[in-house]
Design a protein. Structure first.
Length: 355
């Protein structure tokens, strides 16, 4: 037994590769191995001898298996160390060049608008993009036969919610409704976000962005609305004394309602915002309709306010000279490098535009 053990352990130590070590394992522990052959001979011994010999063979088997595993681990470690020594990395090499990222014009414009209106005391409010028909239309005093409620203008979803059919919101006005229903005046919010309508051409997209404002209190009047939007337009476009006019219009959710135009010039085929002989419509606004206030549980005999809505893409196209709305969503990196902005160019709402 001692000689068998010594011979097998010597073979294990002499193995110089994993393949040779595996051959030793088969020769010692396999079906036709040396230890297995000795096990088969135990049947011809006396019971006491068989017991002693069996215990000795099992001990040898365990010792040889442990020696093989230890040798295998040592050889694997040696192989890994040799590989690590051979495969060196030169950490002094320069990094691979990476293109610098840019902020999308839509994100830039939203940040600018939020920063300007934030300095006027507005707070950002948000709401779901999948709305009930009631929040998107009915609560806003939009009648059943209004064109905006037709299938060819609005994306309707299967199923019916708690307050009517499900719809991809066509404006961020439902955020105003939810705010008025769940908060008490005075209110002063802006609601930026994605909106959806069935339309697609150079100046329209099935998905676009809006930012709407709402003020509700006991003293706000049309003069406050005009002052707010005049200051906003001049701050956003960076034109002192920018001409701004309010043209009477109609919206179901405001009364009176107005379209806001800014002065511009189109001489010589060149478009320029500022003093000129022409006007350009920029947004819609008005005093909140009393029916809308009542629908939200607000006493219209005590409270009044104003609201306005601005298309973010429209503002970006005018300010940054982007001719086609569809290019905003084509994921063209060349376009983004041309019209995009560095991170430090984006104003922060904290501290206003002077940051």
């Amino acid at each position: 037994m001692d000689k068998l053990k010594a011979d097998l352990l010597a073979q294990v130590q002499a193995a110089d590769s994993l393949q040779a070590l595996d051959e030793v394992r088969v020769a010692a522990l396999g079906k036709k191995g040396a230890i297995t052959a000795q096990m088969k001979n135990l049947g011809g011994l006396e019971p006491e001898q068989r017991k002693a010999a069996g215990q000795a063979l099992n001990a040898i088997k365990d010792d040889v298996a442990a020696a093989i595993e230890a040798k295998k681990t040592a050889m694997a470690d040696a192989e890994l160390n040799a590989k690590l020594l051979a495969e060196k990395i030169d950490v002094t090499l320069p990094t691979r060049p990476e293109r610098e990222g840019f902020i999308h014009p839509i994100s830039q414009t939203i940040e600018e608008v939020v920063a300007i209106l934030g300095e006027m005391g507005f707070e950002v409010a948000e709401g779901p993009e999948i709305e009930d028909d009631w929040y998107n239309f009915t609560a806003l005093n939009i009648p059943e036969d209004h064109p905006a409620r037709q299938e060819h203008d609005t994306f309707y979803l299967p199923g019916v919610g708690e307050k009517g059919r499900k719809v991809l919101r066509t404006h961020t006005s439902p955020v105003q409704i939810r705010t008025m229903m769940h908060s008490k005046p005075p209110l002063r919010i802006i609601a930026p976000g994605r909106t959806y309508r069935c339309d697609y051409d150079a100046t329209h997209s099935p998905m676009f962005h809006q930012i709407e404002g709402l003020v509700v209190d006991e003293t706000t009047h049309m003069g406050h609305l005009k002052g707010c939007l005049i200051d906003f337009c001049r701050a956003f476009f960076g034109v002192d004394e920018l001409p701004v006019r309010f043209r009477p219009s109609y919206f179901p959710f405001t009364e009176p309602s107005a379209e806001v135009d800014i002065g511009c010039s189109r001489k010589g085929g060149e478009f320029k915002i500022g003093h000129g002989e022409d006007w350009l419509e920029i947004l819609g606004c008005g005093m909140v309709n009393g029916k809308v206030l009542e629908n939200c549980g607000i006493d219209s005999t005590k409270y009044q306010g104003f609201a306005f809505g601005i298309g973010i893409e429209r503002l970006a196209m005018l300010k940054y000279g982007i001719p086609d709305l569809r290019t905003f969503y084509e994921s063209d990196l060349r376009w983004l490098r041309h019209y995009g902005f560095q991170a430090l160019d984006v104003p922060s709402m904290v501290g206003g535009l002077n940051q």
